[in-house]
Design a protein around this ligand. Structure first.
Ligand SMILES: CC(C)(COP(=O)(O)OP(=O)(O)OC[C@H]1O[C@@H](n2cnc3c(N)ncnc32)[C@H](O)[C@@H]1OP(=O)(O)O)[C@@H](O)C(=O)NCCC(=O)NCCS
Length: 165
């Protein structure tokens, strides 16, 4: 795979972001049928307002995204939450996810007011994703039992994880 380039996302990237998210689905909290452009624009705008949103590109083509929003309210301003990461299926397993986290962490370190904590939630069946998150420094903080209902009716626990800068 060509070495990707990374740059902050803009609101105008929302249609491409939506396409990547729909194709990546799998572990995401929404089904492709629940994803539309107004939702994507709102989610991206939320991350751009004080948080981080970064894309991985090969040429002009978006192949991966990571975004996290600044938690509202003064008492939580040091926290980034609602983290989403998605890599296009054909680009998965090539280290793009790992590099997106490096970009997110570097961008978070440069934000003001300072970010001290980054949160995510992952369902326990996504062992490859959990391995990735632990490799970049996230630690498990608990377990939400039977929180994720799969399309076949089975349930999985959701695992909250956090990284401290
Ligand atoms: C999770 C995800 C972002 C990882 O991105 P990535 O670019 O593949 O990550 P990396 O290449 O850095 O590799 C991470 C690990 O996952 C493995 N992997 C990647 N895709 C995989 C897949 N579809 N099935 C199984 N393993 C996979 C890689 O081989 C690597 O394994 P290792 O830890 O043994 O080295 C990507 O798989 C994805 O977009 N999945 C769909 C959306 C999703 O689940 N998002 C996370 C919601 S919490």
């Amino acid at each position: 795979m060509t070495d990707p380039a990374f740059r902050p996302l803009r609101l105008s990237d929302a249609p491409d972001l939506l396409a990547v998210m729909r194709r990546a689905e799998g572990g995401l909290g929404r089904l492709p049928s629940e994803m539309d452009l107004p939702w994507m624009e709102e989610a991206l705008a939320g991350a751009l307002a004080g948080g981080v949103a970064i894309g991985a590109f090969t040429g002009a083509r978006l192949i991966g995204v990571i975004k996290a929003s600044r938690m509202p309210s003064v008492q939580f301003q040091h926290v980034l939450w609602d983290l989403t990461i998605a890599v296009a299926p054909e680009a998965q397993g090539c280290g793009v996810g790992c590099r997106l986290f490096a970009e997110l962490i570097a961008a978070a370190r440069a934000l003001a007011p300072p970010v001290e904590r980054i949160e995510l939630v992952v369902r326990e069946g996504l062992t490859h994703a959990i391995r990735l998150y632990e490799r970049v420094g996230f630690r498990r903080e608990g377990r939400f039992e039977r929180r994720f209902r799969l399309s076949d009716g089975r349930y999985e626990a959701d695992l909250p994880m956090a990284l401290f800068l």
